[in-house]
Design a protein around this ligand. Structure first.
Ligand code: ATP
Length: 203
């Protein structure tokens, strides 16, 4: 089995995220069986906004993935409410690896903007040994930049570049649009837009 983890805060899950997963699933180089969206409870590198509750983000994620048989929502990074911990990709990848068979191949999907910070993630060299990365294009960064940030000596086969995803949507922009009462249809699935509106997630 070939599996790709797609980690993120998904605050909220949007068309850009879905395009990333679809492009990875369609690429014969990876022969993926499915993509697992791993919802981060607390991202140690993203403490600059009061993050929306895990429950709201989880509800939106599961609504967006309804009817997508090759995309699954994964809540393994959920932390107990009293916990002061954060989620680290290396811990998630190692935990998930234990559930795989020896011949299974594990990938981690990341947008280029996120991957460019890999050297500030926990144990980047070890992470690049534990899984292969699929680094996806995003407006404003070139895929060649991803190669430049690799720790010295990283074997070339640890990182594959996935070009051609060009959906200029960001969760930050969507939260602003929601606060301004703008329509969210251009950015998120109809059920997610409805959830945000009804539950006043970003009001
Ligand atoms: P923000 O705009 O607030 O930074 P985000 O959508 O980038 O939000 P996450 O939900 O944590 O933040 O993103 C999860 C992953 O999806 C990251 O690897 C990010 O690079 C990637 N990603 C998000 N949006 C896009 C997009 N439009 N195109 C390609 N990759 C994306």
């Amino acid at each position: 089995m070939n599996l790709a983890l797609f980690g993120g805060t998904f605050d909220p899950i949007h068309h850009g995220h879905m395009a990333v997963a679809r492009a990875a699933l369609a690429d014969p180089r990876f022969a993926l069986d499915h993509v697992e969206f791993v919802l981060a409870d607390r991202n140690p590198l993203k403490s600059d906004w009061p993050i929306t509750s895990f429950e709201h983000r989880w509800a939106m994620l599961t609504l967006a993935l309804e009817g997508e048989p090759r995309m699954k929502a994964n809540d393994m990074e959920r932390l107990p409410p009293e916990s002061k911990l954060a989620n680290y990709t290396i811990d998630t990848v190692r935990q998930l690896r234990k559930t795989l068979a020896p011949g299974d191949r594990l990938y981690f999907l990341a947008g280029i903007d996120s991957f460019l910070h890999i050297r500030s993630w926990k144990e980047p060299e070890r992470l690049l040994r534990e899984c292969r990365f699929i680094v996806v294009s995003r407006a404003g960064a070139t895929l060649q930049e991803a190669i430049a940030v690799l720790p010295p000596g990283t074997p070339a086969d640890r990182v594959a570049l996935l070009d051609g995803v060009n959906v200029p949507v960001s969760a930050t922009r969507i939260r602003q649009a929601a606060r301004a009462g703008e329509p969210l249809g251009p950015y998120v699935a109809p059920k997610v837009a409805e959830y945000i509106r009804r539950r006043r997630v970003y009001a």
